[in-house]
Design a protein around this ligand. Structure first.
Ligand SMILES: [Ca+2]
Ligand SMILES: [Ca+2]
Length: 304
């Protein structure tokens, strides 16, 4: 909180500034004791599915796509930044009507991810996944499935260089204009850029790009070093994601179409888990749980 002195304080007290979209928020991180650690709260392992990537994670939802997972392991893309050099040559879904559908990529690309994340984008159920071209690096791909067909319906431009990767954060209406954006960190190992995309005529087009972030450590299987929460309670979802060195968490917003950092919290040790969001049934601020390299679980609190 800023301290105000003298006349400035008097004026501020008599004429409070009209709240703008980028309200500040106070964020604090404190240790918390949880039996079984953070995994007991947020991780719900599901049994492997047919053709599944060895270190894949099954995505589950209650919408029209019930399960999604990456398939057809391949070593044709020699990159290996997310745990091993085995990537996925395809993905599979099971729909609400129990249809089992698979999509396979051509020899020019792989899915460089561990999860084919079931999402809703502009009110359509689909799957969000990282598609890496052997010659052009990573792109975001949005996949739709109906009762008998599955296909990529929108894709972003690839980064443009082989062995350049991106790690998705998730989907929300981050600027409050009524349309969804997909948030991702481009090149998280070499100066990550927080980039937001919109679906537009069969493409995912870049809408915002800001430097100074990283949501992955090279070689790690942990992909969830980010969270989407309305930290300042203005009704627009905000993003919690580490800074470039991953020594701090940045809480940022694009509300009203303007980027702003709401808060920044130093981490007492390196990140060691994905970030999990807990929301209270009776209202109040959401909280973000995380585990650090000191093997302690922490909770990130927000207060206006
Ligand atoms: Ca929007
Ligand atoms: Ca907000």
């Amino acid at each position: 909180m800023k301290r105000l002195f003298g006349l400035a304080a008097l004026i501020a007290a008599q004429f409070p500034l009209t709240p703008t979209y980028a309200q500040t928020v106070t964020a604090t991180i404190v240790p918390v004791q949880i039996d079984g650690g953070i995994n007991s709260l947020f991780v719900r392992p599901l049994p492997p599915r047919p053709l599944m990537l060895p270190d894949g994670i099954v995505s589950i939802s209650s919408g029209s796509i019930r399960y999604a997972w990456l398939t057809h392991p391949t070593t044709r893309y020699a990159h290996g930044v997310i745990g091993d050099a085995i990537e996925a040559g395809g993905l599979a879904v099971e729909t609400e009507n129990h249809a089992f559908l698979t999509l396979t990529l051509g020899a020019d690309a792989v899915f460089e991810d561990r999860i084919a994340l079931i999402v809703r984008l502009d009110s359509e159920d689909g799957v969000l996944v990282v598609k890496s071209y052997l010659e052009r690096g990573a792109a975001l791909a949005f996949v739709r499935a109906d009762s008998n067909a599955i296909r990529i319906v929108a894709e972003s431009a690839a980064i443009g260089t082989p062995h350049r990767w991106l790690n998705p954060i998730g989907i929300a209406d981050f600027d409050g204009d009524g349309r969804d954006e997909i948030a991702a960190i481009l090149t998280p190992h070499i100066g990550g850029q927080l980039t937001l995309y919109r679906q537009d005529n069969g493409a995912l087009r870049e809408a915002y790009r800001i430097g100074g972030f990283s949501n992955h450590s090279i070689g790690s299987r942990e992909l969830g070093w980010s969270a989407i929460v309305d930290a300042n309670g203005d009704g627009t979802p905000d993003i919690v994601v580490p800074d470039t060195e991953r020594h701090a968490l940045r809480i940022v917003t694009f509300a009203g179409g303007r980027f702003a950092e709401l808060a920044r919290v130093s981490l007492p040790a390196a990140l060691a888990s994905s970030l999990g969001v807990a929301t209270h049934k009776l209202g109040g601020k959401p909280e973000v749980f995380l585990e650090l390299a000191d093997r302690q679980t922490y909770v990130l609190h927000f207060a206006n």
